[in-house]
Structures are given as structure tokens and as C-alpha cells.
Design a protein. Structure first.
Length: 435
């Protein structure tokens, strides 16, 4: 363990979790507010203000999101070996806040994107990898802590399009970007003032006798399985990441956004996904707990398979709606139905994958292993940018059918991987839990 757990006794703080999880939850919530706030505006800003073509805008969008998930690979290693997780979070948050404020100045656009990506590299793997440090071995609350943490991601993601998106569309893009910067700064302040609720930490070298022991052979098998899961997630993200890219463009051009006399702002649809996460998480957790109590809990890879198939169904729905609408605009309620299916699938696959990487992390490599999860997101985001470039070359119905097929392919790979994940997961649970 990295020092003494911050809390070993049950707490009434945030779903009965330790106070330190509240600090991490709120810090992450505001960081996600800044990220999704900027992301909700990014494609529209490039195509309407900077006057970039759709192909170039989609490529820049994909390249930025890919870089934002590549830099954590180096950032995780730096945090584990030299800076420590706390200093990495504080430094990364400061750099990101600076980058978001730079977005308010048009000549600094590309420099601002690079600055945010660099700060994200230190911040992103270092914050969730502190969750395990909050619990003593055997603490039952550890099992669903990542679901609580994921909820924080989506509260920030829900508020971001409503605040940053509305400010950007109505008052000017730079006001929206500035609001995103303020959100990042608030998250940094919460983390700074919440330090006393977080456990002490040590850097990754050298190992001590108190660390869980993993043989070289076991560690190799863990990394091989995680790499295979990462490949599946890479394929899946090629379809998943289109929500902020080509699906957002379709919401502008292919959806009738009239609600009575009101025209629904296009960025508001970006708030549906996190809103539905908040609505759907409690009932899904209740169902999963009941299944676990009955000895019918789905294995991680099997649950991720189910999620990918549900997302495939969501894109298939958009394909059918697009074909039926033809040259007309489809009713905005179809987009709402898409997000219901899409979000349900997301809850099956993404928190499960993050929790799997964190749980299987070799001793004293928590941030590095969580960073490996973001490497899969990096590769998937890059592929999503390339897939997005096909939008202007295909009919919407055919394009959404392609996205559905990509999600089905990811589901098939996860299904084939399920036995190997089960073996490694069982082996990991027999070892003493570590931080």
C-alpha cells in the first residue's frame, strides 16, 4: 500500500464512500466540465469561425482527442517514478487551465490545443489511480468506487454543453472557451484544499516487502491481456467518438430542432449523454448488484461485449432514421432515442474497462497502467478522426451503418477474449489487493 489508506471505516460521505473519493470526484467533475465544454464547441468553432472545411476540421478534432489520450502514457510514468500523483495532478491542472484560457484568443488556437493535451498527460492517469489508495485490503466499497467516479465525469459533461455551449453559441465562442478554463481552475482549487483527505504516497521504486507479489510470468500475462482489451477498445472508440464529431454535424444538418417556437441549440444534444449516465447508472448498478448476489454477475469482457452491441444498435437506429428521412430533416426525438441506447451501451463498456485496468495494475505501477487504458483511447480517437473524414463522402445512412459494423467488430473481439480475461482476473483476485 502507498502509506495508510485514507479511510477504512464506512462513511456517509458520497454514497458511503471515503471523503477522499469526494475530492477526486469533484476534481474530476470540473476537469470534465472544461474538457466537454471545449469539445462541444470545437467542431463548430473550426467550421464556422475559423472557416475550416469539414474534412480538415474532423482531422484536427481527431488528432487533438488522440493527443489528449496519448500524452498520459508519458505522464503516468513520470507520475509513478518522479513527480508523484499529487504533484502531477496539480501541475497538469495548471497547464490545462492555461490552455483553456488561451483558446479565447484565435491566433493561439493550435498552441492552446497542444497545451491542453500536455497538461492532460499529467492529470488524466494520476487522478483515478489514487482511488485504490483510499481503501484498505478487502474493503467492499472499492468494487463500485469507479462507477461513482464515472458519475462525476458525466455530471461535468452534462453541465458543460449547457453552460459553455450556450455561452459560445449566443455570446461568442471565446466566452464558452473562457468558461471551460474557469471550470478547470475550480477543479484545481478543490484538489488543493482536499489534500488532507488523500493518503500519502511513495514513488514506484524500489518495491517493498509489503507490496503484492506478481511473478514475471503473471505480469507478462496481465500486460498481454490488457493489450488485447486495449485493441478491442481502440476498434470500439472509432465508432464511439463520433458523438462529438459527425453525430454533432448531423444534429446540425439532419435534425429538425424545433420544439414549438423554440429552436433547440445544437450543443444541448451533447448534454444528453451525461444526463442519461446520471439517470441510468443507479438502476443499472441495482440490477448488477442483484445479479452478483445471485451469483450471476457478468464477467468484465462479457459485459463489455454487451455494451459494444448496444452501441451498434444505436448507430443502426440512426442509419434507419437517416434513410427514411431522405432529404428531409428527422425529428429530434430520434436523436434522443439514439442517446438512450448509446449511453446504456457506454455504461456497460467504459467504466468496466477502466476498472479492469486499475484492478489488474502491477504493484506500484497504478498511474502507468491506467495510462495504458488511455493509450487505447488515444488510438481509438485517432482512428475516429480518420473514420470521421468519410462523413462528407458517404450518405448518412451508409455512414451510420459503417459505425454500427465497427461496434459489432469490437463486440466480437471482446467475446473471443473473454476466457483469457476471466483467467487473469481470477488470478489477480487471489493476490492481496495493492495500491
Amino acid at each position: 500500500m502507498h502509506g495508510t489508506p485514507a479511510s477504512t471505516a464506512p462513511s456517509r460521505n458520497l454514497f458511503g464512500q471515503p471523503p477522499g473519493l469526494t475530492v477526486l470526484f469533484l476534481t474530476n467533475m470540473w476537469e470534465q466540465f472544461s474538457y466537454f465544454g471545449m469539445r462541444a464547441l470545437l467542431v463548430y468553432y473550426m467550421t464556422r469561425q475559423l472557416m475550416l472545411g469539414q474534412v480538415q476540421a474532423s482531422f484536427v478534432y481527431g488528432a487533438y482527442t488522440a493527443c489528449a489520450y496519448f500524452t498520459p502514457i508519458l505522464g503516468g510514468m513520470i507520475a509513478d517514478r518522479w513527480l508523484g500523483k499529487r504533484r502531477a495532478v496539480m501541475l497538469g491542472a495548471t497547464i490545462m487551465a492555461t490552455g483553456h484560457f488561451m483558446m479565447a484568443f484565435e491566433p493561439l488556437f493550435y498552441v492552446a490545443l497542444a497545451t491542453i493535451a500536455l497538461g492532460n498527460g499529467l492529470f488524466l492517469p494520476s487522478l483515478p489511480s489514487q482511488i485504490n489508495d483510499l481503501y484498505a485490503p478487502g474493503d467492499p466499497r472499492r468494487g463500485w468506487a469507479y462507477n461513482v467516479y464515472y458519475l462525476g465525469i458525466n455530471i461535468g459533461g452534462f453541465l458543460a454543453p449547457l453552460i459553455c455551449g450556450t455561452l459560445g453559441e449566443i455570446y461568442g465562442w471565446h466566452y464558452g472557451f473562457g468558461a471551460a478554463g474557469i471550470g478547470m481552475f475550480v477543479g484545481l482549487l478543490i484538489y488543493l484544499f482536499g489534500q488532507r483527505h488523500l493518503p500519502p504516497e511513495r514513488l514506484s521504486l524500489p518495491r517493498t516487502q509489503g507490496d503484492a507479489q506478481v511473478s514475471p510470468g503473471d505480469e507478462k500475462r496481465i500486460w498481454m491481456v490488457l493489450a488485447a482489451v486495449g485493441l478491442c477498445v481502440t476498434v470500439f472508440r472509432g465508432a464511439y467518438e463520433q458523438v462529438g464529431n459527425t453525430v454533432a454535424l448531423w444534429a446540425d444538418s439532419g435534425i429538425d430542432r424545433q420544439f414549438g417556437s423554440l429552436t433547440i441549440p445544437m450543443t444541448w444534444f451533447q448534454a444528453l449523454n451525461p444526463l442519461l449516465v446520471m439517470m441510468l447508472t443507479p438502476p443499472l448498478l441495482s440490477v448488477w448488484r442483484k445479479r452478483a448476489d445471485a451469483g450471476q454477475e457478468a464477467a468484465p469482457a462479457r459485459r463489455m461485449t454487451q455494451g459494444a452491441l448496444i452501441v451498434a444498435l444505436a448507430y443502426a437506429l440512426l442509419a434507419i432514421v437517416s434513410w427514411q428521412a431522405g432529404n428531409d430533416r428527422a425529428d429530434w426525438l430520434w436523436l434522443v432515442a439514439f442517446f438512450v441506447l448509446f449511453t446504456t451501451g457506454e455504461l456497460f463498456i467504459l467504466p468496466t474497462g477502466l476498472g479492469l485496468f486499475a484492478r489488474l495494475a502491477p504493484p506500484r505501477l497504478g498511474a502507468t497502467t491506467v495510462a495504458a487504458w488511455y493509450l487505447a483511447i488515444f488510438a481509438g480517437s485517432l482512428s475516429a478522426g480518420l473514420v470521421g473524414m468519410l462523413w462528407s463522402r458517404m450518405e448518412p445512412g451508409a455512414y451510420f451503418s459503417l459505425l454500427s459494423a465497427i461496434a459489432v467488430a469490437a463486440a466480437g473481439l471482446l467475446y473471443l477474449l473473454d476466457p483469457a480475461v476471466r483467467r487473469v482476473d481470477r488470478s489477480s483476485t487471489r493476490r492481496q489487493p495493492h495500491c
